[in-house]
Design a protein around this ligand. Structure first.
Ligand SMILES: *Cc1c(COP(=O)(O)O)cnc(C)c1O
Length: 391
């Protein structure tokens, strides 16, 4: 499986078509011309085909190269890229639901996706949230009008790993579409389409881009039927991607393996150390043996990345936790993650009830960047010393 590191350096690269140059050129453009009227008329007959309507919004050679790369890396039929990770989730859900339908959404989803799902009630769609640790028992929640199950594994904030093959075994025979957010693991560590999921969504903004300088989403579809529905929805909503963003994200893919190995290695080292600190109650990452879904993670994933949660001890007040966060110098305060820089933010469970396995205490989210790990540890150590001094 280490073969993917090699694949990342070559996927979707066609130097022979571009004077031998390795990087895919940035092709900007809105208007694209037709050789004659016959070609123009024929193109509008099928928007899904490669020779379909010629216009920048439908894609350019640069965006196509990015789409093809993700299709190959995830093992899908085709990819639709959109303006953001959030848009990828909204388009993937919107493509399959209509008034009167019921959808099941994991409680551990990224907050803005939950807000989108809540807004679907305006259109008469019934949304129900479920415990991410339900595997085959999800069958009990399925209704006659359940059209879609939305997963995210590991989940945002709490990082539970979902038993995807078990969920698929419930959904496939019933014709229920499954969508999963694979932003955290990326195709480098996890390929849910190979486990029978219908649609994978990514916020490429995070690890795929890797440099905190682009916002981009991708929807990878496992079949022509799924792709058609998603492509039509994306076109209907006017979704498109700039050549610059596609190019930055193609560049990001080239170094994804080496970056993720480093993020993983540093995170594992720091998490072992963090668990020993007196102010720390719980470390939330699938690699921890006591974490929900750890065994499923070991079974289904090839590794883990550098974003995790930290529950402080109950005796650390919110104010003290805020001061701890602000006392750090190498961990910047900032949302998003997947870039080169370490980040820390107080985390929010959104509208979700606190799961029973989660210890009480202030919850933080850390992203371990590409800095020297000893420097990061020294920074945290200083912060904990100050925290202890204040108590
Ligand atoms: C950030 C994030 C998104 C949204 O991505 P954007 O590109 O910022 O819109 C979706 N899912 C997960 C898990 C994320 O962390």
């Amino acid at each position: 499986m280490s073969k993917i590191a090699t694949e990342l350096t070559r996927v979707s690269s066609s130097p022979e078509k571009q004077s031998g140059l390795l990087p895919t050129p940035i092709c900007r453009g809105s208007t694209a011309i037709y050789p004659n009227l016959e070609a123009m008329r024929a193109s509008s007959e099928d928007a899904l085909k490669k020779n379909g309507p010629r216009y920048g919004r439908f894609g350019t050679p640069t965006t196509q190269a990015f789409d093809d790369a993700l299709t190959e890396l995830e093992g899908g039929f085709a990819t639709v890229s959109v303006c953001s990770g959030l848009a990828a989730s909204c388009v993937a859900i919107g493509a399959f639901v209509a008034q009167g339908d019921h959808i099941l959404v994991s409680e551990s989803v990224y907050g803005p996706v939950r807000r989108f799902c809540d807004s679907l009630t305006r259109f008469g769609i019934h949304v129900e949230y479920f415990d991410p640790m339900l595997g085959e028992e999800l069958a009990r929640k399925v209704l006659h009008n359940t059209k879609l199950v939305y997963l995210e594994s590991p989940g945002s904030t709490t990082f539970e790993v979902q038993d995807v093959p078990a969920v698929v075994s419930v959904c496939r025979p019933r014709g229920i579409v499954t969508v999963i957010d694979n932003t955290w693991a990326t195709p480098y560590f996890y390929n849910p389409l190979r486990m029978g999921v219908d649609v994978v969504v990514h916020s490429a903004t995070k690890y795929i881009c890797g440099h905190a300088d682009s916002i981009l989403g991708a929807i990878i579809c496992d079949s022509e039927k799924i792709y058609s529905a998603i492509r039509v929805e994306s076109i209907r909503l006017g979704q498109c991607v700039s050549a610059e963003d596609a190019s930055l994200n193609l560049r990001g893919l080239r170094t994804l393996a080496v970056r993720l190995e480093r993020h993983q290695q540093s995170a594992l080292q720091l998490m072992d150390w963090l668990q020993e600190q007196s102010a720390v109650g719980q470390v939330l990452h699938p690699s921890r043996v006591d974490h929900p879904g750890h065994s499923v993670w070991r079974r289904d994933f090839r590794g883990g990345t550098g974003v995790f949660g930290l529950v402080l001890q109950e005796w650390v007040s919110e104010l003290a936790a805020d001061r701890f966060v602000e006392s750090l110098s190498l961990f910047s305060i900032g949302h998003s993650w997947g870039g080169f820089e370490s980040l820390i933010v107080p985390a929010d469970l959104e509208h979700r009830a606190r799961p029973s396995w989660l210890r009480p205490g202030v919850l933080l989210r850390l992203q371990i960047g590409l800095e020297d790990v000893a420097d990061l540890q020294a920074d945290l150590k200083r912060g904990f010393a100050e925290l202890a001094g204040e108590m």
